[in-house]
Design a protein around this ligand. Structure first.
Ligand code: HEC
Ligand code: HEC
Length: 290
């Protein structure tokens, strides 16, 4: 009986210590931030309008392909990366996958007013204009048609790496993704992106370790909420695309994660078996003594 009481006291103390070190300390050091909003309720998006992809095709060809390539539809880049980067500060992304990457309401809002939708109006004041002209002069129906067209040409499935390339690589490199050939360096030369962003976007190879999954999810969805005044624009990814980007950051920066997590249950099983042997051994010792 006395032994049981001692065990109960030890167990209680251990649990209190654990709660203090883990859940409690964690809640104090990482204050709760609202979960990412993948519906982008704050933007002036499609407002329920349905678009027509065929009409959208014509609108996109006359308005967008001067800056953006759409390789899958036979619209190559008009200039090479170095020249577009010098002209616009960053290489405009290929639009072949935009309909898959971005939430439809965000996409509509971005086309109307890029700085506002991506939450960087603070960077474009006093005559400084966003390098992509806003199309707020278009009819809402035309914007919906563009979105319908971009969705109609987007692939149904993309790999994690492809999503990173189209959503992040114009600004960020992720060198560890391909050290040997350097294909995962940022598309935009440093001097261009620095003068456009006012800051060099960091290489993301190790960010999954230093910032963690939850932070990066929230940061991409709304950078200002995490780092007020930050130079990074919001990237209005769907939840699925964002989850895939972060999976890619994990593949590159934390490739042992799956192995590490598989070790946990094995270690617990080992402890249980060990405890049984310890208990058997103890019973034997006490039996011999009495
Ligand atoms: C004058 C050049 C120019 C034209 C014309 C232009 N864009 Fe862009 N667009 C850019 C640049 C530059 C960026 C990258 C800006 C950045 O990342 O800060 C961009 C980014 C984008 C993005 C990425 C959004 C994001 O959140 O990452 C989409 C989608 C897009 N443009 C769609 C369009 C569509 C659709 C049209 C035609 C209606 C169009 N653009 C016309 C220059 C242009
Ligand atoms: C138009 C350029 C641009 C695009 C596109 C972009 N970023 Fe960034 N990003 C930046 C800049 C600039 C910074 C530096 C911000 C600062 O320090 O104020 C940054 C910073 C970051 C950081 C570091 C935040 C911190 O706490 O220090 C992370 C993580 C990040 N970006 C992830 C992403 C991911 C993931 C994507 C693609 C979904 C992406 N970014 C797309 C420009 C961009």
């Amino acid at each position: 009986m006395r032994e049981l009481k001692i065990l109960a006291v030890v167990a209680a103390l251990t649990l209190i210590t654990y709660w203090g070190v883990e859940p409690f300390a964690h809640s104090q050091m990482h204050p709760h931030v609202e979960a990412p909003d993948y519906n982008f309720k704050d933007v002036d998006g499609l407002n329920g309008l349905q678009g027509n992809a065929e009409t959208g095709a014509t609108i996109v060809q006359t308005n967008c392909t001067a800056c953006h390539s759409i390789q899958s539809q036979g619209f190559p880049s008009i200039m090479d990366n170095a020249s577009t980067a010098a002209a616009y500060g960053t290489v405009p992304p290929d639009l072949g996958t935009a309909g898959k990457l971005y939430n439809a309401d965000y996409l509509a809002a971005f086309i109307k007013d890029p700085a506002k939708a991506s939450l960087v109006t603070h960077k474009f004041q006093e005559g400084r204009a966003h390098p992509m002209p806003g199309y707020s002069w278009m009819q809402p129906q035309e914007i919906a048609d563009i979105v319908a067209y971009l969705q109609s040409i987007a692939p149904k499935e993309m790999t994690n790496k492809e999503i990173f390339i189209d959503a992040c690589q114009r600004c960020h490199g992720i060198k560890y993704g391909d050290m040997k050939n350097g294909t995962m360096n940022a598309f935009t030369p440093i001097e261009n992106i620095k003068s456009y962003m006012g800051k060099v976007p960091p290489d993301l190879s190790q960010y999954i370790k230093s910032r963690g999954e939850e932070y990066i999810h929230g940061f991409v969805n709304d950078p200002q909420r995490y780092l007020e005044g930050t130079a990074m624009p919001r990237v209005g990814l769907t939840e699925e695309a964002e989850t895939q980007v972060i999976a890619y950051l994990s593949e590159v920066g934390d490739s042992k994660k799956a192995q590490r997590e598989a070790l946990g249950p094995k270690f617990l099983i080992y402890l249980v078996i060990f405890a049984i042997f310890a208990w058997l051994w103890k019973s034997k010792q006490w039996r011999d003594m009495h």
